[in-house]
Write a protein that binds this ligand. Sequence first.
Ligand SMILES: [Zn+2]
Length: 221
Amino acid sequence: MSEAKLREDICRFGRSLFERGLTPGSSGNISLRLDDGGWLVTPTNASLGFLDPARLARLDAQGQLVAGDAPTKEIPLHTALYETRAAAGAIVHLHSTHAVAVTMLPEIDPKSVLPPMTPYYLMRAGQTALVPYFRPGDPAVADAIKGLAGRYSSVLLANHGPVVAGETLEAAVFATEELEETAKLYLLLRGLNPRYLSPEQVSDLVRTFGLSLQEHGAHDH
Ligand SMILES: [Zn+2]
């Protein structure tokens, strides 16, 4: 795919996410790995709703800016996840309401934030790890993401938002949307004793679709 098309895609998906209220103001950022080892990254202080394809930050394989506006300050989130997930071709980070909300609940299991509620959450986002709160721009958040050793394609930063990797930009966007919708379902059903997918139903999905989910204790929430 040409770089021009990829630039258009970042702006198109960014606008779509922004217009549906999935990341407010100038929050959220998107990155995409290019064939030469470099990256396209959304600029700092840019709203995902109003991106200009010509002004996206173009980084070389060493992460140095070679063209466009300065990249998002949250670039360490992206590089840490790329470093530990070789197959990641794109990363989406949002400040989406429901996903942020669940990070603040007391019962959350950091190894698997959301229970197995729908097949598409498991198929697109897998399980989601919780990373503790860090002040924006604190480089320690990158170490926390690296500490997950690439076992998760979706991570939730406490009191902040999701960071989700996909093989393509479309896959990363769709997985982020599944994560947000699943967080919304969780909040809608919290306290109502809902029936989640059973261990047998999860095993069937894992076998059929070749999912790699982490072992973890049964959800008691
Ligand atoms: Zn953020």
